[in-house]
Design a protein around this ligand. Sequence first.
Ligand code: ADE
Length: 228
Amino acid sequence: MIGIIAAMEKEMTLLKAHIENPSVKEISGISFISGTVHGKDVVAAVCGIGKVNAAVCAQSLILSYAPDCIINTGVAGSLTNKLHICDVVAADRLVQHDVDTTALGDAPGFVSTVNTIYFPTDPTVTAALLEAICSLGINGITGTVATGDQFVCKTEDKRRISENFGAVACEMEGGAIAHVCYVNKCPCAILRAISDGADEDADMSYTAFAEKAADNSARALIEFIKRF
Ligand code: ADE
């Protein structure tokens, strides 16, 4: 079974329309819809915005459905001139850019207990997602995606995140999902289409492009499921 998580309804609209024989279960205030897409078992959930919502959802999904992998689909801000509006990134690793114990001598983003800065995605799933993206004629790359409880909309923050972590995109859930998957040994992938440039125009760009970008990410995911 493939677990699918999006933060917002608009990021799940297209995928939900493809779920056959849906059945809904409520866990921790989140609706989990299980069914099939292209004959493959899936369970999909809209978790809400931010790291804690995403972590609650990923942990509940793992404990209740024991998925073969979890894929997060949605939108992101671009931190590089390699990613333009509606392009898609399949993360090869995630970092939580707002975890900061540098005052205690740790490196930026270092998460104690698990003692790592970067959380990996599953290389096989990520490569297959990239193939699905390209097969649709969408521009796609892999790279580091940075997560934090913040809509990035200042050039100085954008620069800091890209320089500190070598990140190509920023969003607000992927790092939490990758963290939960890491401690549960559940393969994961993070797929994000660009809605804005994470700069002073980000709010306007997001308003104009979030839906179209979200659909691009979902289209790539549906194509991946078809080939799975
Ligand atoms: N999701 C889409 N755009 C974003 C941004 N600029 N910052 C954080 N999350 C986002």
